[in-house]
Design a protein around this ligand. Structure first.
Ligand code: NAD
Length: 348
């Protein structure tokens, strides 16, 4: 039997190996590194192929493909969002992703991205807050204490210097889980019985809930001057977290407007409502927070370039480590025209 050609083996990072890699580097260091990778890619934003993600909606959730390329590498992520999954003992969000060489089209990495999505989303949130949150912010309200929540809290600690997190979830068991997971993190953790209690004294408010409806996690009267809102959970048509009046009082920052106008909080605003693209704040082409009393809102939906940055980071960091395994997923006969012959020879 002809052995598969070595050059076509694709490194695969399993969930176990992703966990091994994160522990090897250190969780907070990974978050810091990912924020730096995303920031570097946002600085070269015009260079990327950009398209809103391709979404397939059902009554209970969404399955999406998120592609992009910088001309040298091509990447995509497969990701789902099924808020009802959690009650069935399943993840709301799962993902995997692939990176390929544009010159040959051959994949160079296949990896789990459920953990990596939580890491990159947290890094992205904290990176945005570093540019937009009020100076000296040390307290964050964390509303929605599910799978993403601890990653968010740790990224804000590592990247923005947050010291206290005030947790709230409609399910107290989620808050207990999040508190326990953060007990040794160095953060002061305060469990709160209501969203109103959680935002008391917080300069940053993160909403990270999952419900396939127009929800109102924050109402207008709850949001005081000067706060930064990091809205993660509203990321699908018909799935938002903030009352429209909050948006009308906020300076709104987004990843990629053609995608966010369909999926983000701003789907409830006029299609020409002014928003600022975050990459322009990062390059200095647009202004971020201009006034300590301003409400800044990062209307996060998650964009393909963030996943591309994360994929490239993982590819670079697995080199020389045992944290990947070669996957025989590309048929690559020695004679490229003899695909059939390769199959035929394998029978003997
Ligand atoms: P999850 O299901 O694990 O957790 C969601 C939590 O929200 C649950 O604990 C639930 O009890 C709580 N919740 C629901 N309604 C609430 C309410 N009204 N008030 C307070 N808490 C409430 O989900 P997850 O994986 O943590 O994801 C959270 C959200 O973030 C999802 O909507 C997901 O689609 C979104 N997400 C966005 C990005 C992005 O880049 N913007 C990335 C990943 C996930």
């Amino acid at each position: 039997m002809t052995p598969p050609s070595r050059r076509a083996l694709v490194p695969f990072v399993s969930v176990q190996n992703m966990m091994n890699l994160v522990h090897h580097i250190g969780l907070e260091q990974v978050l810091i590194d990912l924020a730096a990778e995303i920031e570097a890619d946002f600085r070269r934003w015009p260079l990327f192929d950009k398209t809103p993600r391709v979404a397939s909606h059902s009554d209970v959730g969404v399955i999406e493909l998120m592609p992009t390329s910088d001309g040298e590498m091509y990447g995509f992520k497969y990701v789902n969002g099924h808020p009802k999954n959690m009650k069935e003992g399943l993840q709301t969000v799962t993902a995997f992703g692939l990176l390929a060489d544009v010159q040959t089209g051959y994949p160079v990495l296949l990896t789990e991205m459920t953990l990596l999505t939580a890491l990159r989303t947290a890094a992205m949130s904290a990176l945005a807050a570093r540019h937009l949150a009020p100076r000296g912010a040390t307290t964050m309200a964390m509303i929605g204490n599910g799978a993403q929540s601890e990653f968010q809290c740790l990224a804000f600690k590592a990247i923005c210097g947050v010291k206290t997190v005030r947790l709230h979830d409609i399910d107290p068991a989620a808050t207990r889980k999040c508190s326990a997971n953060l007990a040794a993190s160095g953060l002061e953790v305060v469990a709160c019985a209501s969203a109103e209690a959680a935002i008391e004294g917080a300069q940053i408010i993160t909403t990270c809930t999952a419900d396939k409806q127009f929800a109102t996690i924050l109402t207008d009267n709850m949001v005081g001057a000067g706060v930064h809102i990091n809205a993660i959970g509203g990321d699908c048509p018909g799935k938002t977290e903030l009352h429209r009046d909050i948006l009308l009082r906020s300076e709104i920052f987004v990843e990629y407007p053609p995608q966010t106008r369909v999926e983000g909080e701003i789907q409830s605003l006029d299609p020409d409502h002014p928003v600022t693209e975050l990459w322009q704040v990062i390059t200095g082409a647009a202004r971020g927070r201009t006034d300590p009393r301003q409400i800044t809102l990062f209307d996060s939906v998650g964009f393909a370039i963030e996943d591309f940055s994360a994929l490239r980071y993982i590819l670079a960091r697995i080199r020389g480590t045992p944290f990947s395994e070669p996957l025989d997923m590309i048929a690559d006969p020695d004679d490229p025209r003899d695909l059939f012959g390769m199959l035929a020879r394998s029978a003997t």
